[in-house]
Design a protein around this ligand. Structure first.
Ligand code: SF4
Length: 369
């Protein structure tokens, strides 16, 4: 098995619109009877015809989620360590050309952020930065991990793509999971939205989740930023990518996220908006295609929608999020990377989960090392 790049290349001339337009509700019914779905079965569930079978998809997704995950939801929150960035992603408020205050948390500030978050009961954390080339940036990240690991049992990173050795250094420091979104799988849209900076390198980013698996992270989470491109093909490639990783790296827990971009700081307007109904269909199709994959839903989505999406396959949620650097300890912190829609506290999310019969999990595991 080669790289996922070869798999995505195999679809270079595939007629997505034609395939999706030809699917009938009867074909969706046949897919729903199967225990194992092929990639084209998965694509069938992303078709307009599948909208007529959303209820049946929801029932099966709910059953599979209960079977593989019980009624358990992992809770985590992000810490934005720094908003310096050399990249020019047109949809991001932290991009190099944005006129925002740039800062990087000091060690003392990281400690205080970690203490503030740990006081909410959370034990799973996600560290984020923009991209800053050079050895100092990696050393800073490693030092940050060393500081927060006193407070958290699971530490994830969502940073620029790295090589296997760099990922291994981070794993040795205490990082157990890698989150990296391709943002957009369509090559031409990717090139247009990333006009400058190291992120222009599509292939380097595409292969980063695989390098994370090779480096030995316990979990690797991937996704497309929904809204940047026509969603059925983006959801399809996300699922295909996750399936590729899950089949090849049996010891790594592969997860999918469904971040949906909305108009926000920086005034980026999504070019291919994804409706709530679209999001439901995407979630259900993911769950039916990959019954064992964790699915993350972030606070980008509003509280009421998150409550409703919960039974459809979600296994992991952020809570108490703040996307500004220093946002957990400084009420006056600058604008964040994007607007948080679900502004409930960790405790409010926890109470909602309990009221709906779910078990909120703060600590899923801890290292014996
Ligand atoms: S999405 Fe990430 S890499 Fe792109 S500008 Fe924003 S912080 Fe930088």
């Amino acid at each position: 098995m080669g790289s996922f790049y070869e798999q995505i290349e195999a679809y270079a001339s595939f007629d997505f619109a034609g395939f999706l337009g030809r699917v009938t509700p009867r074909q969706v019914d046949l897919v729903l009877k199967k225990d194992f779905l092929s990639p084209l079965d998965f694509l069938t569930l992303l078709s307009p015809a599948a909208l007529e079978r959303l209820e049946a998809m929801a029932q099966k997704a709910h059953r599979l989620t209960r079977q593989h995950f019980g009624r358990v939801i992992q809770l985590y929150t992000p810490i934005y360590l720094a908003n310096y960035c050399v990249n020019h992603c047109l949809y991001c408020n932290f991009n190099h050309r944005s006129d925002i205050n740039r800062r990087q948390l000091t060690e003392a500030e990281i400690e205080r952020e970690a203490e503030a978050i740990a006081a909410t009961g959370l034990r799973q954390i996600l560290l984020l930065t923009g991209e800053k080339p050079g050895k100092d940036a990696l050393d800073y990240l490693i030092r940050s991990v060393e500081i927060v690991r006193k407070h958290f049992t699971a530490i994830g990173i969502e940073v620029n793509p790295m090589d296997v050795d760099e990922y291994r250094r981070l794993a040795a420091a205490g990082v157990d999971s890698l989150t990296i979104y391709q943002e957009v799988y369509d090559r031409s849209v990717y090139d247009r939205l990333h006009p400058a900076g190291p992120k222009k390198d599509y292939r380097w980013r595409l292969d980063a989740p695989e390098r994370g698996c090779q480096a030995g992270f316990r979990a690797v989470n991937i996704g497309a930023l929904l809204g940047l491109n026509h969603w059925p093909s983006e959801a399809f490639f996300t699922g295909l990518h996750a399936s590729y990783l899950q089949n090849k790296y049996l010891g790594t827990e592969i997860g999918i996220a469904v971040p949906r971009i909305k108009a926000g700081p920086g005034n980026y307007q999504p070019e291919a908006p994804v409706t709530d109904r679209d999001l439901v269909q995407i979630l259900l199709a993911f769950r039916l295609f990959m019954p064992r994959a964790g699915i993350t839903l972030s606070t980008r989505e509003p509280a009421e929608l998150r409550n409703h999406l919960l039974p459809l396959g979600i296994t992991r949620m952020s809570a108490g999020s703040n996307t500004a650097v220093g946002g957990h300890i400084d009420d006056e912190a600058d604008e964040g990377q994007f607007h948080v829609s679900d502004e409930r506290s960790v405790d409010e999310v926890r109470q909602m989960l309990i009221a709906k019969g779910y078990q909120p999990v703060h600590q899923d595991w801890h290292s014996l090392a």
